[in-house]
Design a protein. Structure first.
Length: 333
């Protein structure tokens, strides 16, 4: 992909970021401070925000490892904000920038969508997920507000910076309408991948819809006992991201929705595939710690299915961008 994407044109952005981009960069960096401060404090042994009876205090080694990983992940947000707003960022290979941005999208999108909805549902009488076993609180309630608010601000500011950067560097790749897209030399393979993604999405989609509607098949006893409105919100969102990814891949592969702007199916494929791969992968990694019960076989199948679907749709998106870049290069040669 590094070889296929055209180099950035000379723009005012190449000289330096404008005022709005500097402001967005500052917001993105500052929004990382509360989360990083909490994580560093916990690694150092502080119990700030952790109730006395929390199971987090029973697994200090696992907690230290998990917190160290998340510190590195949130530090990457700061690095990404700098890459997107400094002149040298335009020289970063496309894959080296696009992949972290895609991962950030996948980790932040479910939180950005889920937390406000959870708060709304809670305000309407739902139950918040702040306990680890139906008894002692997992974290103090204020921690969730501070952390998730920071994530939302990070996602909005970093997303805006990436859109501006991508418009400057690769804006021509998603111009026009779907009807203007050529079928491509491997159109049949693209359609086969889109169909495979749709078929593989059926199992996790069915599972998430079942759990969102109150079904308990495939859930362990602890998960069943601890279900709250937060749980149901996230199950609905998991189903939504599956539909987004499959829809975006289908539109790109079959050139459907011909009057739609190209950026719409591409955005659906980008956000949907990222959320499936990164969020399902993150949930699956919970089994490597002692702080959560391991998922049941059905949950494992759902996570694996989501990740495979996300990878397939991401491949469609990458090929689409590479194909359009090669086509643009031929026209300008």
């Amino acid at each position: 992909m590094t070889q296929t994407l055209a180099p950035a044109p000379e723009t005012d952005h190449a000289v330096g970021p404008g005022r709005s981009r500097r402001a967005l960069r500052a917001v993105a960096i500052v929004s990382c401070v509360p989360y990083l401060s909490l994580k560093v404090a916990w690694i150092a042994g502080s119990h700030v925000g952790i109730p006395a009876g929390s199971t987090l205090l029973e697994h200090r080694a696992s907690m230290a490892v998990a917190n160290s990983v998340t510190v590195l992940m949130d530090t990457a947000v700061i690095v990404l904000a700098l890459v997107l707003t400094r002149p040298w960022g335009l020289r970063v290979p496309a894959w080296l920038l696009a992949f972290p941005a895609w991962v950030a999208t996948g980790l932040l999108a479910p939180l950005m969508a889920g937390f406000p909805i959870q708060l709304l549902v809670g305000a309407l009488g739902g139950t918040l997920d702040t306990t680890d076993d139906g008894g002692e609180p997992f974290l103090h309630t204020w921690v969730y507000g501070v952390v998730y608010t920071g994530f939302i601000v990070q996602g909005l500011s970093l997303g805006a910076l990436f859109v501006l950067y991508a418009r400057d560097r690769w804006g021509g790749l998603w111009e026009g309408r779907v009807w203007e897209l050529p079928v491509g030399v491997i159109g049949a393979a693209q359609r086969a991948i889109a169909v495979a993604a749709a078929v593989l999405a059926l199992l996790p989609l069915t599972a998430h819809v079942l759990w969102a509607c109150g079904g308990t098949a495939g859930l362990n006893t602890t998960r069943i006992a601890d279900r709250t409105s937060d749980f149901h919100v996230m199950e609905v969102l998991s189903a939504v991201f599956l539909v987004m990814a499959v829809t975006g891949g289908f539109l790109l592969a079959f050139r459907r929705g011909r009057a739609l702007p190209v950026k719409l199916p591409l955005a659906l494929a980008w956000v949907g595939s990222a959320a499936l791969v990164c969020w399902a992968g993150w949930l699956a990694l919970a089994t490597l710690t002692d702080m959560a019960d391991g998922p049941t076989p059905l949950e494992n199948y759902a996570y694996a299915g989501e990740m495979i679907v996300g990878i397939l749709v991401a491949c469609l998106g990458v090929h689409f961008l590479a194909e359009r870049s090669a086509s643009r290069n031929r026209r300008t040669a």
